[in-house]
Design a protein around this ligand. Structure first.
Ligand code: PEP
Ligand code: MG
Length: 757
């Protein structure tokens, strides 16, 4: 059956659809003809078109094969039945046995009980389903990929007919829900970057209108494609120029990766193939993009999945060049308080918006490792992702709250809810202003103990916050982050340049470079690694770089060169035994000798440290302390391995408390051993960023902490209000308890002693 659907068949189908569209008659009459043609060409007994109406309802608008009296009668809510599910997820569904699908909703008036198989695809407009087209067969038919693709192409033609406003008025198309326009809706999501934003929904790229779907002259279409691609590349160059980006800035790196996609030959040749089926260049771009999305969505590797967004962004750009419709949302008149709403965003797209107007971002998809999340973090822009159903519920102009603290989006908030958030936002801004005022004051406790507060970083961009945060230095520079945003492994020259830039921007503040913590879930697209069942405990970090010493040696070489003539602090992650440290140090020494033989200036001093994040290392601490210049406790991993509790599993997030007698006693033992040997000790995991946890850490002997920059102010405020001796005494007492957690006790202590936590 699939054999009947070569490019020739799709082309014939498209041509017939075009002739029908061009013929006279009402839109309903054309639609009635179209379903007949589709059923005939795709050898289906049924073809039905459902269109989304106000109230989030899908109405049967035309059918070939179901009972005609069901037309305009059969209605399904979005999410209800298979058709509703297709609309809700905006994804095709091919079922050989539709009736056994858990979401099957039987509608007796349609007479569909005799049809077993079903293939439905969404009719999409700006990523939202404005309808569904479905075919059905009596047999238990397995629909081939080519058939799914053909129906998707058809759905694009139908999208034009629906969007023309002849079937459902444009007014109604805009309102997905009559009552919903006033009703508030809360959509749960995931915090991708913290903060609160209040603003007005701006749908990213509301509409790229492809009117011409079918073309007779493939050669002419390919020429248009080439010209548009050239125009698009010029556009991207302009974004580089306008953003004032220079090489070495990772926004530049991210865009560079993105620019590489714009040159992707595979992509262009697939578009050319789609043109050969009879599509116009713009329709072909959209066709291939739907394909891309479907293919990449099935890949489990998050890095690769994220590239869907880059391609979406490029495809939209290319279509705009082809259609001459150059108004991206970023160019149009926008409100002063934009909350950008999109299925997903590419990094370049986000950078095109005016940062002063942009208050927050809400995404239906997105992930914390996406490029756009990295950029949002550096821009300090609140962002919530994974908000299922967001696009079908948010309307342009809707008031909205992005609550990235609580991981939720509130559409059309009630006035009292909005006021509460406005108050929270004001309080947050006031607190921030208050912390900013602390910037130049020392982090010293009331009893006179100096505390060193440092910042965690991973991007050059993060260093913009170093001076303003008042941090003493960079306590943890995660070198894997710049590796993750690239499409190829940076060589020694590039790494040297990057590390030098970091040291330069840090001025004379110390920077602790952690060598690559990759492997497991932090996959580099250019480094083939075997999939691992338990990535956090697999071949990652120092294990991986000891297995592939060239990677570590090149990185160390880059670091030595970048820091030539100045201080270098370097540490190894996930060390589980002394032997690993010794092996890593040996590689470092080989590089030091090599550099010095070549007459290169070496860093001075070179300080070598270890992350303590695997509990086993504690049992070799006496030997380790003789070998290292400093220790840094990675409490995120230490906690996960101490309690055997996955740090990435939301169900485990609150199961064990770092403020427990067990964990605190363990951390205290580490601090005591370091103090006895005068070894510098830092804690650089998330614990350090929460004032109450940070207070407990000071109470058990920690004097250096490293945290994300927004946490420095609140932690400093806590430090300056703290009298250490009574806290240390209290912690000794509570560490002896058998409690699950001492969080409440520490909270009470803070309150009783007027310590802001
Ligand atoms: C940690 O494990 O606490 C740490 C700081 O390292 P990462 O979060 O990068 O694993
Ligand atoms: Mg770690």
């Amino acid at each position: 059956m699939a054999a009947t659907l070569g490019p020739g068949a799709t082309r014939r189908l498209l041509k017939r659809l075009r002739d029908t569209m061009a013929a006279g008659g009402t839109a309903q009459q054309r639609l009635d003809k179209i379903v007949k043609i589709i059923a005939g060409e795709l050898i289906a007994e049924v073809c039905s078109v459902y269109i989304t109406r106000a109230g989030q309802v899908l109405e049967l608008f035309a059918t070939e094969g179901l009972k005609p009296e069901a037309v305009h009668k059969t209605r399904l809510r979005v999410g209800e039945g298979i058709v509703g599910e297709i609309a809700e997820n905006a994804r095709p569904l091919a079922l050989a046995d539709a009736q056994s699908h858990p979401n099957f909703a039987f509608r007796p008036e349609t007479g569909e009980e005799i049809f077993h198989s079903m293939l439905g695809v969404p009719i999409l407009r700006s990523g939202r389903a404005i309808g569904v087209v479905a075919i059905q067969n009596r047999t238990f038919r397995e629909y081939a990929d080519e058939e799914v693709e053909a129906l998707q192409t058809v759905a694009m033609v139908l999208a034009e007919l629906v969007a023309s406003g002849e079937l459902v008025s444009p007014d109604e198309m805009l309102r997905t829900e009559d009552a919903g326009l006033v009703a508030s809706e809360r959509i749960e999501g995931q915090k991708l970057n913290e903060g609160i934003a209040i603003g007005i929904v701006v749908l990213h790229q509301p509409r790229v209108s492809v009117r011409q779907m079918v073309a007779d002259d493939p050669a002419a279409e390919k020429k248009r494609l080439r010209e548009a691609a050239a125009g698009m590349r010029t556009d991207i160059d302009r974004i580089f120029a306008d953003a004032g980006l220079e090489e070495g800035d990772e926004r530049w790196e991210i865009l560079e990766t993105y620019r590489m996609f714009a040159e992707d030959r595979g992509w262009f040749s697939r578009i050319a193939d789609a043109i050969d089926t009879g599509l116009t260049a713009e329709a072909a771009v959209q066709r291939v993009q739907e394909d891309n999305r479907a293919r990449l969505a099935m890949v489990s590797d998050p890095y690769i999945r994220e590239r869907i967004t880059d391609f979406d962004d490029l495809a939209n750009r290319l279509v705009r060049h082809l259609t001459g419709d150059r108004t991206a949302a970023a160019d149009t008149d926008l409100p002063d308080d934009i909350v950008l709403v999109a299925r997903n965003l590419g990094p370049a797209e986000l950078l095109e918006y005016d940062r002063r107007k942009l208050k927050g971002v809400a995404l239906e998809e997105g992930s914390s490792t996406s490029h756009v999340a990295i950029i949002a973090h550096a821009l300090d822009l609140p962002m919530v992702g994974h908000a299922a159903g967001l696009l079908s519920r948010a309307e342009p102009g809707d008031p909205v709250v992005v609550d990235a603290m609580g991981g939720q989006i509130i559409l059309r908030p009630r006035e009292d809810v909005r006021d509460t958030y406005a108050a929270a936002l004001r309080a947050r801004q006031e607190r921030r202003a208050g912390y900013a005022a602390l910037k130049d004051l020392p982090a010293v406790t009331r009893d006179g103990t100096p505390i060193s507060l440092n910042m965690n970083a991973g991007l050059v961009l993060d260093l913009e916050h170093l001076a303003e945060s008042g941090a003493d230095g960079i306590g943890l520079y995660r070198t894997e982050i710049p590796f993750m945003i690239r499409s190829t492994m940076p060589d020694v020259v590039e790494q040297t340049d990057l590390y030098r830039r970091i040291l330069d921007r840090a001025e004379n503040r110390p920077v602790v470079f952690r060598t690559l913590d990759i492997g497991g879930d932090k996959v580099l697209p250019y480094l083939d690694a075997n999939p691992q069942e338990n990535p956090a405990m697999g071949v990652r970090a120092i294990r991986l770089t000891l297995d592939r010493p060239a990677i570590l040696r090149e990185q160390v070489r880059g670091l030595l060169r970048a820091a030539g003539g100045r201080r270098l602090d370097i540490m190894f992650p996930m060390v589980a035994e002394i032997a690993e440290f010794d092996a890593a140090k040996e590689l470092l020494e080989i590089e030091v000798t090599r550099e010095s033989k070549r007459g290169r200036a070496l860093p001075d001093p070179i300080r070598i440290g270890v992350m303590l994040e695997v509990p086993s290392l504690y049992w070799q601490l006496p030997q380790l302390l003789k070998r290292v210049d400093f220790i840094s406790v990675g409490s995120n991993d230490l906690m996960q391995f101490f309690y055997a509790s996955d740090r990435g599993n939301p169900d485990m997030a609150d199961r064990y408390d770092p403020l427990s007698p067990g964990m605190l006693s363990f951390l205290r033992a580490i601090a005591r051993d370091c103090e006895a040997t005068h070894t510098q000790l830092t804690l650089c995991g998330d614990m350090a960023s929460r004032p109450l946890e940070a207070m407990a850490l000071l109470g058990i002997g920690y004097r250096r902490l490293s945290m994300p920059f927004p946490a420095i102010g609140p932690v400093k405020a806590m430090v300056r209000a703290l009298d250490l001796p009574p806290l240390a005494k209290y912690l000794d007492e509570i560490c002896r308890l058998a409690d699950h957690s001492v969080r409440k006790k520490l909270g009470d202590f803070a309150r009783d002693h007027n310590i802001p936590v």
